[in-house]
Design a protein around this ligand. Structure first.
Ligand code: PRX
Length: 651
């Protein structure tokens, strides 16, 4: 938070057309929610969801924190995203896809509806996928990722999309935890101008412990030679053509799970975040309308991968639920050059562009002059997500990409929240670069202490959400105790546990919220959330490693980088160090994926531990940054260890 930040006011042009036109309209909505919380959500749910059967209760708090929303209601999310648009928008582009080699595909709502129905029939008829079955989707960014997700939603199967950059071991863990009946993948895709393979990763993953998987469905994308396991593997493109394009949408209860999405926590095992049907889709829609100010003729582009929550909510479900046009791009953003994305903005006349600070920093660094070559005048709103944005990157985004006329919505949210929670509204909120500003209407996000007292301006506190909201995580798949202890044990308001995000934050004098980052052992590398414990567990598997501690180190490009302190077994450390560095990164790539590779590995004689054996990560974080150690080291089991570590880091 900076004292001297400039405030940027919404332009008259943006405000005039906006769905929420000024702070009064925003305050009215907030007040409506404050005065009658359930009434507010009831109104939104009635106005925005095409219910098969009405609900009989808005919010059921009987089993808190396992809150239920819109109970008794029935709907189908694929129907909400497709069927209901067929009357007015059947020939409108739903998905505009561009492959990395430059191939293009536009799917209208009618075409997407056909494809989803055929795929839904294939899953149901040939593979006997039923309501409640889990289907793991391990796919590149191609339209079939969206089609198969929607096909699952149509028949009531629970999808669990695993990011294509995760390793076969990470995929295996997720398949086993979800007890998935089927895996949908592709032969491969294109990256940096070359075909790469995905299917062999699935083969590797399924070698051990995945007896639950009965079949693997393979979408042909890049035509590479891959192995097929007879009786298990099937080619999607061949089978889907025989299916009927008529498939009734399964009526789903509001609280039936829509999907699982695994994310990192402070312990080694990823958490299967479970989302609901009605609450999730309602909030995806509302945030599209409010935060992105989505209009009928808009073309919306979110550059995330469908493997992350941002891709779920803002490539797929949100844009389609509001009947919008969503852009999907397969490849590397700087291929063949750093102008790729800007060329696409020009070509598709993108209205809203949503990306991560890490990509903005990269594009600024490697191609600051590229945007000038393209006409970016179609842009109306810019967005960021995933990590705090630094003023330099913000200004470049605002001036050079947005032509100093597009508000930047800095959206704070998480896998667990389903959709945006704290964000400016483009037509209403005066923006301060680097602040996510204020909670959205109906969202009670507050910076408090453990007892629920609101923090004064300038005092750091816990970023909590003090009332349940419709798109919140319902549970951790198969582990309700962990759900309660992970999210509802840090703070209480009026004696009642409230949701804690894991982030710290601070108010400024005007009540703006500034996110200060995670306060738990989770790090954020290029917008990817990773548990230090997960990386430590991987490194700990190297034979020569006795002990390891991983911390995040601030990084100008990636936000944070992975910094590992490693204690080797035995004495002859120097010889070992050389091959251990390679081994460590190999093992991380194998067990998690290349995104978690360590940027720095320091071999140290020991770790700073308390007498009870807890590693003092604060000290390690300071050492990684090269800071003076001001913490009290007298409580350490070996108070001299800090000097020893410092000395070994200088070597
Ligand atoms: O630390 C916060 C950071 O990303 C975390 C959530 O990560 P994930 O569940 O992977 O979802 C990322 C996309 C929604 C948060 O706990 N974060 C997210 N958005 C912001 C942010 N930090 C600062 N500013 C943001 N706008």
């Amino acid at each position: 938070m900076s004292e001297s930040v400039q405030t940027f006011f919404p332009s008259r042009e943006v405000a005039r057309r906006a769905n929420i036109k000024n702070m009064c309209e925003y305050q009215d909505l907030r007040l409506e929610a404050e005065e009658n919380y359930e009434g507010f959500w009831d109104r939104l749910a009635r106005e925005n969801i095409d219910w098969f059967e009405p609900y009989n209760k808005v919010l059921d708090e009987a089993n808190a924190p396992f809150y239920k929303w819109f109970t008794g209601g029935k709907l189908n999310v694929a129907h909400q995203c497709l069927d209901r648009h067929l009357k007015d928008r059947k020939n409108k582009a739903a998905i505009i896809f561009e492959g990395e080699p430059g191939d293009k595909r536009v799917l209208t709502y009618l075409e997407l509806h056909y494809e989803v129905n055929k795929t839904a029939n294939l899953l149901k008829n040939k593979f006997k996928i039923q309501k409640g079955d889990r289907v793991v989707i391990y796919m590149p960014m191609i339209p079939e990722a969206a089609i198969t997700m929607l096909a699952c939603a149509r028949i009531g199967a629970i999808h669990s999309v695993v990011f294509g950059g995760f390793s076969s071991e990470a995929l295996r863990d997720r398949v086993i935890d979800a007890k998935a009946k089927m895996v949908i993948t592709a032969d491969g895709a294109y990256r940096r101008g070359k075909p790469y393979l995905l299917k062999p990763m699935v083969d590797e993953a399924l070698k051990e412990g995945c007896e639950c998987v009965e079949s693997v469905l393979i979408v042909e994308r890049n035509g590479q030679d891959i192995d097929y396991v007879p009786g298990r593997d099937y080619v999607y493109n061949e089978l889907v053509e025989n299916e009927s394009p008529v498939c009734e949408a399964e009526p789903m209860e509001s609280e039936d799970p829509l999907f699982l999405l695994y994310t990192s926590g402070s312990t080694g095992k990823p958490k299967g975040v479970q989302h609901s049907q009605a609450g999730y889709i309602l909030w995806a829609q509302m945030t599209m309308k409010w935060v992105f100010d989505m209009k009928e003729s808009d073309t919306f582009w979110c550059t995330a991968d469908v493997g992350w929550i941002t891709g779920h909510t803002y490539i797929l479900y949100g844009p389609l639920a509001v009947g919008g046009t969503t852009v999907m791009y397969e490849g590397v953003p700087v291929y063949p050059d750093a102008g790729r994305l800007w060329r696409m903005v020009e070509e598709y006349k993108v209205d809203q562009f949503y990306t991560a600070p890490t990509l903005i920093r990269l594009l600024h660094k490697v191609g600051a002059d590229e945007p000038a070559k393209y006409d970016l005048s179609s842009l109306r709103i810019l967005g960021t997500v995933g990590e705090p944005i630094n003023p330099d990157a913000w200004m470049w985004y605002y001036d050079t990409i947005g032509g100093s006329r597009c508000p930047i919505v800095d959206t704070w949210w998480q896998t667990e929240t389903g959709g945006h929670m704290i964000s400016p509204l483009p037509g209403a909120t005066p923006i301060k670069p680097g602040s996510a500003t204020f909670p959205l209407p109906g969202i009670c996000a507050e910076v408090i202490d453990e007892e629920g007292n609101k923090k004064a301006p300038g005092e750091k506190g816990l970023l909590c959400v003090t009332k349940p909201w419709p798109s919140m995580i319902r549970t951790i798949w198969g582990d309700p105790d962990r759900f309660e202890s992970s999210y509802f044990s840090a703070a209480k308001v009026d004696g009642k546990p409230v949701y804690f995000s894991g982030d710290g934050a601070v108010y400024d004098e005007e009540g703006y919220i500034w996110i200060t980052g995670r306060v738990d052992d989770v790090i954020n590398v290029s917008g990817h959330r990773m548990g230090t414990a997960e990386i430590e567990a991987a490194i700990g598997n190297c034979e020569k490693v006795a002990e390891v501690a991983v911390v995040g180190k601030p990084d100008a490009l990636k936000g944070e980088s992975v910094f590992a302190y490693v204690v080797l077994k035995g004495e002859d450390t120097l010889i070992k160090e050389m091959d251990v560095v390679q081994e460590i990164n190999k093992v991380i790539t194998k067990e998690i994926g290349p995104i978690a590779k360590a940027d720095a590995i320091k071999f140290v004689p020991g770790l700073p531990k308390t007498r009870s054996g807890k590693i003092m990560r604060r000290i390690l974080r300071s050492l990684a940054k090269g800071e003076e150690i001001t913490q009290d080291v007298s409580t350490l089991e070996d108070p001299t260890i800090v000097d020893k570590i410092q000395a070994s880091m200088k070597e």
